[in-house]
Design a binder for this molecule. Structure first.
Ligand code: ADP
Length: 232
C-alpha cells in the first residue's frame, strides 16, 4: 500500500545562473489504486513531477510524503523501501542493446535486490506483459511496442504498488497504445496505482480517469473522471 501526498512542492533548475521553475507549489494526494493521467505540453513539468513523486529527486521547497513519511528525510532501509514502492518507466529506453531481454531483466532484478528470486520474477513479469517467449531475444529484434512492454516488465519485477510511467505510449501505433492501456487497466484493477504522463489524448478521453494537468509547472487541473484539456 502506498499513500502519496505532496505539499506545496517546488523544483527549480539553475539555467545560466538563473532559477527556472520546473514544478511550482504543487499539492495533491494519491490513494492506493488510483489511475492518473498526467498531461501538459512539453516542458510543463511532467517528468520532473514523476521524479519528485518517486523520490528520484528532492524538492527545493515543500514535502513529498509516502505513507506519512517525508521521503527526503528517509535513509538506509527506509530509503530502499521507497525505491521498492515505485516501478518506473522513464522516457528514454534503458534496455542494454548488447544484452538479451532475459539478461537485461536479470540485471535489473539483481539491482533491485531480488538475486535468487530474479529468474522467477523475470518470467512472471514477462508473462504479465504478454511476452513470455522473448527472454533470448535482443532489444533490436523486438518492435518498439514490445520494447516498451519489456520496460514495463522491468518496472514490475518487484511487484511495486505504484507504477510511474513517463510517455510509455510515445511513438507507438494505435493498436499498441490500446493494448498497453488495456494491460495498465488490468494492473490497476488488481490494485496497482498508475501515474502516467502521456500525450495520448484520445485514450485519456475514452478512459475517463483522474486527469492532472500541468501548465508551466503549476497544477492547472485535477479532475476525477477527466478529459484531456480539462482545467478545474
Ligand atoms: P515535461 O516532462 O512536461 O516535458 P520536464 O519536467 O521534463 O517537462 O521539464 C520541465 C522544465 O524543466 C522544462 O522547461 C525543462 O527544460 C526543464 N528541465 C528539465 N530537466 C532539466 C535539467 N536537468 N536541467 C535544466 N532544466 C531542466
Amino acid at each position: 500500500m502506498a499513500e502519496i501526498r505532496l505539499e506545496n512542492v517546488t523544483k527549480r533548475y539553475i539555467e545560466e545562473k538563473r532559477p527556472h521553475y520546473a514544478v511550482r507549489e504543487i499539492s495533491l494526494s494519491v490513494e492506493q489504486g488510483e489511475f492518473i493521467f498526467l498531461i501538459g505540453s512539453s516542458g510543463a513539468g511532467k517528468s520532473t513531477l514523476l521524479k519528485l513523486i518517486g523520490g528520484e529527486m528532492a524538492p527545493d521547497q515543500g514535502v513529498v510524503y509516502l505513507n506519512g513519511s517525508n521521503v527526503a528525510r528517509l535513509i538506509g532501509p527506509w530509503r530502499a523501501r521507497v525505491a521498492r514502492t515505485f516501478g518506473v518507466v522513464s522516457q528514454q529506453c534503458l534496455l542494454v542493446r548488447k544484452r538479451t531481454i532475459g539478461d537485461n531483466l536479470l540485471l535489473a532484478a539483481g539491482a533491485a535486490g531480488l538475486r535468487r528470486k530474479g529468474r522467477q520474477a523475470m518470467k512472471k513479469a514477462l508473462g504479465i506483459v504478454g511476452l513470455p517467449n522473448v527472454e533470448g531475444c535482443y532489444p533490436a529484434e523486438l518492435s518498439i511496442g514490445e520494447c516498451r512492454r519489456v520496460e514495463l516488465a522491468r518496472a514490475l519485477l518487484s511487484s511495486p504498488p505504484v507504477l510511474l510511467l513517463d510517455e510509455l505510449t510515445a511513438n507507438l501505433d494505435d493498436d499498441s497504445i490500446w493494448d498497453l492501456m488495456h494491460l495498465l487497466n488490468e494492473l490497476n484493477n488488481m490494485g496497482t496505482t498508475i501515474i502516467m504522463a502521456t500525450h495520448a489524448s484520445q485514450y485519456v478521453n475514452i478512459m475517463r480517469r483522474r486527469v492532472l494537468t500541468l501548465v508551466d509547472g503549476r497544477l492547472a487541473g485535477d479532475v476525477k473522471h477527466g478529459k484531456y484539456g480539462d482545467i478545474v
